[in-house]
Design a protein around this ligand. Structure first.
Ligand code: CA
Length: 273
């Protein structure tokens, strides 16, 4: 006997359809939107600037005409104020040898500098770079930025954690995904026009993230940014370091021990790789 053809709808899917009916039309609501495929960008170099090849860049931001940089490694960690055009380190505070400094964000006249595994952060005066106080937090510290209303922090996983600007108390988190797949090893961060840019550790890619949903909106591929001519005799590590000049709409990127820091312009690819 021939089996009667039957339309099999998995129970969960059926529930999603049946439970979400539109009362007015009596029709099922469309299934939840599948995350849109991210856009893909490459880059053009607008300008290349000198960068201290001894700077193991872990945090970078732009404020009032200067770069502020947090550098890592135990015994070499520092907080710096840097001149863009020359790469000159105008001010530098050494971080205690026991700490491996990480992400950096500015809130008012305070620079907040994370450490990697010590679960300890420094709140530093913007003018003197000296710590005014410090505090502890849970988990590893990787990248840090702020949207002006809260801190946004990465910890090497696919999570972005939100923290209170005054108390650093946790205020939730979001998992970063590319069409549903978690994107791990999020590192240095920068808040850019309502989105979050995140270096993905050990790649040449930056994810542009919608902080409300965690969805990757776009990928920025910086493969080849530090060319052989710019590399010179240096032994550069991975891409890390994003700063945004909101006033002049300039995007700066560099890497750990890179001898150059670049202003780049994004160029959209017409076909995905
Ligand atoms: Ca940054």
């Amino acid at each position: 006997m021939k089996r009667r053809a039957a339309l099999f709808i998995p129970p969960l899917l059926a529930a999603a359809f049946l439970g979400a009916c539109c009362p007015e039309a009596g029709l099922p609501a469309p299934p939840a939107a599948i995350a849109a495929a991210p856009r893909h960008f490459t880059f053009e170099v607008v300008h290349a600037y000198p960068h201290d090849p001894k700077a193991f860049t872990q945090g970078l931001l732009w404020h009032n005409g200067f770069l502020y940089e947090s550098t890592g490694l135990n015994g070499q960690s520092s907080l710096r104020k840097v001149a863009l055009e020359t790469g000159e380190v105008i001010q530098k505070r050494k971080v205690d040898n026991q700490y491996f400094a990480e992400g950096l964000a500015l809130s008012g006249d305070r620079l907040i500098q994370l450490t990697w595994q010590s679960q300890h952060a420094f709140v530093c005066d913007l003018s003197s770079l000296e710590p005014q106080r410090d505090f502890d937090y849970l988990g590893e510290g990787w990248g840090l930025t702020t949207d002006g209303g809260r801190f946004i922090m990465s910890d090497g996983t696919a999570k972005l954690r939100f923290m209170n600007l005054s108390t650093f108390a946790p205020e939730g988190s979001v998992t970063v995904t590319d069409q549903g797949r978690p994107v791990v090893r999020l590192n240095e961060l920068e808040h850019v026009d309502g989105t979050v840019y995140a270096n993905v550790w050990r790649t040449d890619r930056i994810a542009q993230i919608d902080p409300a949903t965690g969805a990757v909106i776009a990928w920025i591929d910086l493969t080849g940014l530090l060319g052989a001519a710019d590399r010179g005799d240096a032994s550069p590590d991975v891409l890390n370091g994003i700063a945004w000049d909101a006033e002049k709409k300039r995007l700066f990127v560099t890497g750990k021990n890179w001898p150059k820091l670049y202003e780049i312009r994004l160029v959209e690819r017409t076909a995905t790789p």
